[in-house]
Write a protein that binds this ligand. Structure first.
Ligand SMILES: Nc1ncnc2c1ncn2[C@@H]1O[C@H](COP(=O)(O)OP(=O)(O)OP(=O)(O)O)[C@@H](O)[C@H]1O
Ligand SMILES: [Mg+2]
Length: 377
């Protein structure tokens, strides 16, 4: 379904693709707070690029992988190659993708200033690979959650923005606003980005439409109350509707409007977590400490849950809109419905419990042979 009230943004993204198609490369930055619809726009531009016949590279910053040099660039290449099967895959891998992976394997970690020359060579090599890929057909490079990208990958994106004007390449980067005064994310976002999109809060009309999309019709005072409580943030508005449904508060009932202010935006994520059983809370806490996406077995071990209890807890968390995921033990990955929900879980832990979980998670990952750096801070 089309995002609501994002016509200007969609137009800017369509223009970016059109110009890239005609050999004029450019970058669009989508910036804004949690839940204001950045990923939704990234999804939109990817679908549009597919329709128009662009080659597509896509990567997502992950808080738990931020310390892994070139993590996002590697993802761009890996996901590209994964899209192919059989002979086409071998071909995709034997061309620029294979060279990219070889370049990254030999690349310096980027933290040592003495590596500056080697880093410059790597950036240059990656740039040439982009040129090669784009020679076959115009490319969209989309990076979401750039606030959690590793620094080396951000440096490459910045490098690209400076040298893409005559390449058939469109770059779209979505990020929450940078938090510190400097660093590679600030360099990228303050640098040579052609267009900056800051998706605005939804109006009451769009919030009413959200209710219609859920198969309900909301009274104007209920819409106004949801708008007020969510600040027009689409994520919070959606969560508020979920919460009202859970509490059997109808959108066409006047009394609901009075109940909403008591729920308030900060309560929305928390309310998803309130009322969870002990084992579901423990599993959610373990998964939150392990990162945005984590291995179900590790989370179960950290939460000290037996497989049967773990499956029940996953069921409960999926039904309660806390986790996406499956109870299929073979699938074995847990992910939160939204980073905001994971942050609420972390924020809801008493400091002592949180520190202890972090320490146990580090020990667990160490035992399992994973880098301690993967434990989210
Ligand atoms: N314009 C819109 N119209 C309708 N629904 C929207 C719109 N924008 C976002 N949403 C919905 O709101 C939720 C949050 O959106 P999204 O995940 O895109 O936010 P985000 O900005 O990427 O958040 P984060 O910073 O946490 O990554 C999603 O369920 C999404 O489908
Ligand atoms: Mg997002």
């Amino acid at each position: 379904m089309e995002p609501l009230e994002r016509e200007d943004e969609q137009l800017a993204l369509a223009r970016l693709l059109e110009q890239a198609w005609n050999g004029r490369g450019g970058a669009v930055l989508i910036e804004g707070p949690a839940g204001n619809g950045k990923s939704r726009l990234v999804e939109h531009v990817r679908a549009l690029a597919k329709q128009r016949g662009f080659g597509r590279l896509y990567g997502i910053g992950d808080e738990a992988e931020q310390a892994m040099p070139w993590g996002v660039v590697r993802q761009l290449v890996d996901r590209y190659a994964m899209r192919y099967a059989g002979a086409a895959r071998a071909l995709a891998l034997s061309g620029p993708a294979e060279r990219a992976l070889a370049t990254l394997d030999a690349a310096p970690e980027g933290s040592d200033p003495r590596d500056a020359a080697a880093l410059a060579r790597t950036l240059h090599a990656l740039w040439w690979l982009t040129v090669d890929l784009a020679a076959a057909r115009p490319m969209l490079i989309a990076v979401d959650d750039a606030q959690w990208s590793d620094a080396s990958s951000l440096r490459f994106l910045t490098y690209l923005t400076r040298r893409m004007a005559d390449l058939p390449v469109a770059l779209v980067v979505a990020t929450r606003p940078p938090t510190g005064p400097g660093g590679p994310l600030v360099e990228l976002t303050a640098g040579r980005i052609g267009v900056r999109l800051m998706p605005r809060p939804l109006t009451g009309a769009a919030i009413g439409e959200l209710a219609v999309r859920r198969g309900e019709s909301a009274r104007p005072e209920v819409v106004a109350a949801v708008e007020q409580a969510s600040g027009g943030n689409p994520l919070l508005a959606g969560q508020l509707f979920d919460e009202l449904a859970t509490r059997s508060l109808r959108l066409d009932s006047a009394g609901t409007a009075q109940a909403i202010p008591r729920l308030g935006p900060p309560s929305v994520s928390r309310s998803l977590l309130a009322g969870l059983s002990g084992s579901a809370s423990a599993l959610a806490a373990a998964a939150a400490v392990l990162g945005g996406h984590c291995d179900m077995g590790w989370a179960a071990e950290l939460a000290a849950l037996e497989p049967v209890a773990c499956t029940a807890a996953v069921d409960e968390l999926v039904a309660g809109h806390v986790l996406t995921g499956s109870t299929d033990l073979a699938a074995a990955e847990l992910g939160f419905v939204h980073p905001v929900v994971r942050e609420s879980v972390l924020a809801g832990l008493p400091p002592g419990t949180r520190a202890e979980l972090h320490a146990r998670a580090a020990a667990l990952l160490h035992r399992r042979g994973a880098a301690a750096a993967l434990v989210a801070a």
